[in-house]
Each structure stands twice: as C-alpha cells, then as structure tokens.
Design a protein around this ligand. Structure first.
Ligand SMILES: NC(=O)c1ccc[n+]([C@@H]2O[C@H](COP(=O)([O-])OP(=O)(O)OC[C@H]3O[C@@H](n4cnc5c(N)ncnc54)[C@H](O)[C@@H]3O)[C@@H](O)[C@H]2O)c1
Length: 435
C-alpha cells in the first residue's frame, strides 16, 4: 500500500517506519526542513530504541522516503495518516489547529480518492470537522478514519509492531476492511481489531489516558499515606498488584506522570466535561494531585538544605519524562531542576540521551555531563528523576567517595532504604521510611 504520513515527530516517524518495515511504500512529510534533512541521512532527530536501524534499513530498501513537500506526497497514495502535534494550549484547548491545517493542505493536494486516517489525539467530534474541511477543499471522494495510537515512548516500536489492540473509528465496511488488512500483520497474536464509531474511537484514547492517570495519582496519594503511617508503598503495591481486578501495571509511585499525552489528554477531558456542564471533580483531582507532586518533592529537598541551598551543588540523574526516550515535554525532573536553580543551587545533570535537548533548553546555566558518576563529583546531594536502568545498581562506595554530602532524593524508588543506610547515605524516597 502507498501511505503518506503527515507530521514526522515522535508518533509519525515510528508509525511510518514500522509500516515501511512491513513492506508498505511510505512517504513521511514534515514541514520542519531540518528534521527532514536529518532523516534523509538516516538520522532520527529523536531517541527511540531500535528506530535508527529500522529507518536506515527501510531507506536503503527504498520503502521509506522523507520530504518537506506535502503536495507531491499526496498525489499518489491511498492512505494519508495525520500525525501532527495537538498541544494543549493555556485554555486547555486540544490544539487541533495543526490537524485542521494539515487536512486543508491534504485536500488541496488530492488527485483522487483518499482515505484520511487521523492518528493525532483529538477531541470527540474532530472526525466530523475533518470531513467538512476536506469536503470544502477537494472535489475528490474521501473517507475519514479515526485510528488513535497507544504508543509508549521508549517502547514505541514494540507497541506498534505488537499492539494490545487496534481501534478504528469508521462506518464504511470497505474502508474498515482496508484498515484491517493494513493492521493484520500486527495482530497475528490474536489481539483485537476493534471497529467502532468515530466518536467512540476518539473517546477511547482519552479514556485510556484518564484511566492510566488515575492509577498514578491514586498510588501517589497512597504513597503519602504509607509514609505518614510507617508502611512501605513497595510492599503495598505488591499486595494490590496481585489482585486480578487491579493488575500490576501503572502502579509505581513517583514524581507524577509527565510527557505530552497524559497531562494534555486529561486537560482535554476536563474541558469536554465543562463544555457539556458535566461533573469533572474526579478528573480535576487526578490533575491536581499530579500537579502538586513535583513541588512537594522539591519542597522536601529545599527543606533539607534550608538557607544554604544557594551554596550547594546538586547532581540530577535523569531528565527525560521516562526512560528510553529523550523527550523532555512535561518531564517532572525539569520542574525540580528549575526549582533548584531558582533557589540558587548549581546543577550538574546526567541523562543517557537527553543531553542535547537539555543543552537547547538550559544553555550553560546548568552543567551537563556525559557520564553519570561525573555528576556526583563534589555534589551536596543527588536527585533521581528518571528510572533509567543504568541507575538501578550503581557502585554505592564510589558514589559515596565522590559526593561531598551523602544524601539522595530518589523520586523513583530505585534503591532499598536499608541498603542505603548500610552504605551511610541519607536516603529520601517515595512512600517508604526515610533513612
Ligand atoms: N508521542 C507519542 O508517543 C504519542 C503517542 C500516542 C499519540 N500521540 C499523538 O500523536 C500526535 C503527534 O504527537 P508527537 O509526539 O509525534 O508530536 P511532535 O510534535 O513530536 O510531532 C509533530 C510533527 O508534525 C509536524 N507538522 C505539524 N503540522 C504539519 C503540517 N501541516 N505538515 C507537515 N508536518 C507538520 C511538526 O513539524 C512536528 O514535527 C499528538 O496528537 C499526540 O497526542 C503521540
């Protein structure tokens, strides 16, 4: 199948590359010319495990192409997949403007029948507006399909290649069969292909993220209870995760959820409820608990150093919003980093892959080091903000020798409090006894 992807960011690049890997002819379009130049050389501008190898192979096999010109890319394809960004703006709008703009450009470039597949996360009713926009912009026939993505950055290739389910919002039987054919190689393990109304498909994405967000916020409040009453949230988590009604995923307490998706999609849910005059107190609470999370952790760090914070050098391990990605959007570690800088601390940061993006954001105002032990030299404390695997079993002796003050604020509960005490650290974690 000939497929054009409009928007080649975290989502579009993964989608386009994985479809090319399955034998389709894919053209990825992005208006960011520098991004396209890099991609043509086989250099993904984002970090996603396994992506670069797939990009290079599919360029070489001439199945994957990159262009900044949308017109020619839409001239000769059956499917056009919209993967443009939908940032939540200050008012909580879904920021679907980029999707509508892309649809207008697509309509103007169409030379015959096309299936427009909206993969960007958009509020309920967007598919209908897309139909209207396309209808105004072209005399050619088209169908609109809603096909939300459930990719997790850091595991996006695997999520695309072996999805839990495929959700398709479409009411035309022939189009549904084309979509089924497209995704059938990815569903061989028997995972469901779920065809539903466009509105339900749009809502499924928001409902999924709201459900995930509530688990995280609830675990974070339960962690606070554990800490206040001398229980250990790690033990409690095991106790509830083995309940089949609950299950083990998304139950790790920490610094709250970040990234692009969860905060944005929850904000959109709240706005949608407001627009219809519906109650949204639970959704508000999920968001508020999360919003306070990083500030509460920051307050603990600041309370420890008191007035001396502006004389301190603090090491930060991990900056990306989760491991195995360089995405800093909504990253909890950045809010803590900003708070420490504002209080006058000098920061020395190590992240396995986000260094260049940190440099773009902070310039020389923080030290960014290429090795994780280097961040600890003469440090008055270490803050752990992302649970990269390499932080899990460090050499505690070496850490202690490098640090001026052996204090760790672990926002990801990587270590065992008793072990840290044995090694002479003051160790603050989440929902567990402080040692
Ligand atoms: N990032 C993820 O893992 C993920 C997962 C599931 C869903 N989503 C959804 O996917 C959508 C895209 O997210 P993202 O993280 O890839 O965003 P992104 O900002 O990384 O990428 C969007 C890209 O679209 C390009 N673009 C915008 N308008 C364009 C146009 N008219 N023509 C060509 N290119 C255009 C931008 O230059 C940018 O490179 C969002 O709706 C998001 O909610 C993302």
């Amino acid at each position: 199948m000939k497929i054009t992807i409009v928007g080649t960011g975290y989502q579009g690049l993964v989608v386009g590359t994985c479809l090319a890997e399955n034998g389709h002819q894919v053209v990825c379009v992005d208006r960011d010319v520098a991004r396209i130049d890099l991609l043509r050389q086989g250099l993904p501008p984002i970090h996603e495990p396994g992506l670069e190898e797939l990009v290079v192979r599919n360029i070489e096999e001439e199945r994957l192409h990159f262009t900044a010109e949308l017109g020619p890319a839409v001239e000769d394809c059956l499917l056009v997949m919209l993967c443009v960004g939908t940032p939540a703006d200050a008012e909580g709008e879904a920021g679907v403007r980029a999707v509508y703009d892309a649809a207008r450009e697509v309509a103007a470039a169409m030379t015959g029948y096309r299936i427009i597949v909206n993969k960007s996360t958009c509020p309920i009713g967007t598919a209908e507006k897309l139909k209207a926009i396309l209808g105004e912009g072209t005399r050619h026939a088209f169908d609109v399909v809603v096909n939300p993505d459930f990719l997790k950055e850091g595991a996006a290739i695997n999520d695309f290649m072996a999805p839990d389910r495929i959700v398709i919002g479409c009411d035309d039987v022939r189009v549904r069969e084309i979509m089924k054919e497209l995704y059938s190689p990815f569903l061989r393990t028997g995972r469901p292909f779920l065809n539903m109304s466009a509105r339900s498909a749009e809502m499924t994405k928001y409902a999924t993220n709201a459900m995930l967000a509530v688990r995280i916020s609830l675990m974070n409040q339960l962690a606070d209870l554990c800490e206040a009453y001398g229980a250990d949230i790690g033990e409690v988590r095991e106790g509830i995760a083995s309940d089949e009604r609950i299950g083990p995923t998304f139950l790790f307490p920490g610094l709250g959820y970040g990234g692009l998706g969860l905060p944005k999609d929850l904000a959109v849910c709240i706005r949608l409820a407001e627009e219809k005059g519906l109650d949204h107190d639970l959704l508000d609470a999920i968001r508020d608990v999360n919003d306070r999370r990083q500030d509460q952790f920051l307050a603990r760090i600041l309370a420890h150093y008191g007035d001396t914070i502006n004389t301190k050098r603090i090491a930060l391990w991990g900056a990306s919003f989760k491991p195995r990605t360089d995405d800093l959007r909504g990253a909890p570690g950045l809010r803590i980093a900003d708070g420490l800088r504002e209080a006058g601390a000098r920061l020395r940061v190590y992240d396995p892959v986000a260094g260049p993006k940190l440099r773009e954001r902070y310039g020389d105002t923080i030290d960014i080091v290429p090795k994780y032990y280097a961040a600890l030299e003469d440090a008055d404390g270490l803050v752990i903000a992302t649970e990269w695997n390499e932080f899990r079993r460090p050499d505690y002796e070496r850490m202690g020798q490098l640090m001026r003050e052996k204090t760790i604020f672990d926002g990801r509960n990587l270590y065992t409090p008793g072990v840290m005490r044995e090694h002479g650290f003051k160790y603050v974690s989440i929902g567990r006894p402080e040692v």
